[in-house]
Design a protein. Sequence first.
Length: 301
Amino acid sequence: MTAYNLTHIEELESEAIYVLREVASQFENPALLFSGGKDSIVVAYLARKAFSPAKIPFPLVHIDTGHNFPETIEFRDEFVKSINAELVIGSVQQSIDEGKVVEENGYNASRNLLQTTTLLDTIESYKFDAAIGGARRDEEKARAKERFFSHRDEFGQWDPKNQRPELWNIFNGRKSYGESFRVFPISNWTEMDVWQYILHEKIALPMLYFSHERESFVRDGVIMAATEFIQMKPEEVVEKRILRFRTIGDMTCTGATVSSAASIEEIIEEIAATRTTERGTRSDDKRSEAAMEDRKKEGYF
């Protein structure tokens, strides 16, 4: 099939598979960061296509905060088993127990920021020289600055002002000892592209993405799932709501949206009509104006 006969989604798929194959050819020990969210699921699905009929030639890495949605962990384990992949788990609780990070306290306490140390330790421990992820440029302004191959120094840090050009999809994976790369195969995809691809390929997802009833409360305009991991304020009231999640992360910073969308088709219709970005319900992005960029410079994905 010639390029000019490809659909928009097929072009994006082809580009992502090309990037994944470049990773396999340029790096000695890559890994795929897997959160159990839709984007990482799509990247893992693309990796299966890229290397079929062989299994994915690198492990899936999950940084477990200990405060994940139970549905996410259940889906993760079933998914990894279904594709016969190797799973590496980095534990934030272990980082806390070892004194490498300090647990936050108070109403706004979250383990989300603590993931950076656990991620960097996991990369160092397993000597991964490339970490593949599902970040997209349309998600957030800091992520829009990333290249497909995003260089990290020996401390796992990112310099947005010192990035390599990627002309004609020529990727430069050269690095010195101790350095690594973050790789983003679906950089050019939008949230709508991801959902249309999921629909086309009939990709299974955690039930959190679909409308369901859940006990929740409202904090600073964001609907949060009621959980033992969040300290409630006296004025906050837990109620049952029909909702779904557009992103899946740590329960302490992932907000929901009121929704009756119970199928992928209905989700696509909902996204087409909304004017709120999918990360608009993430409380971790609201801590400061440059919250995401600051975390990425320190090594966050």
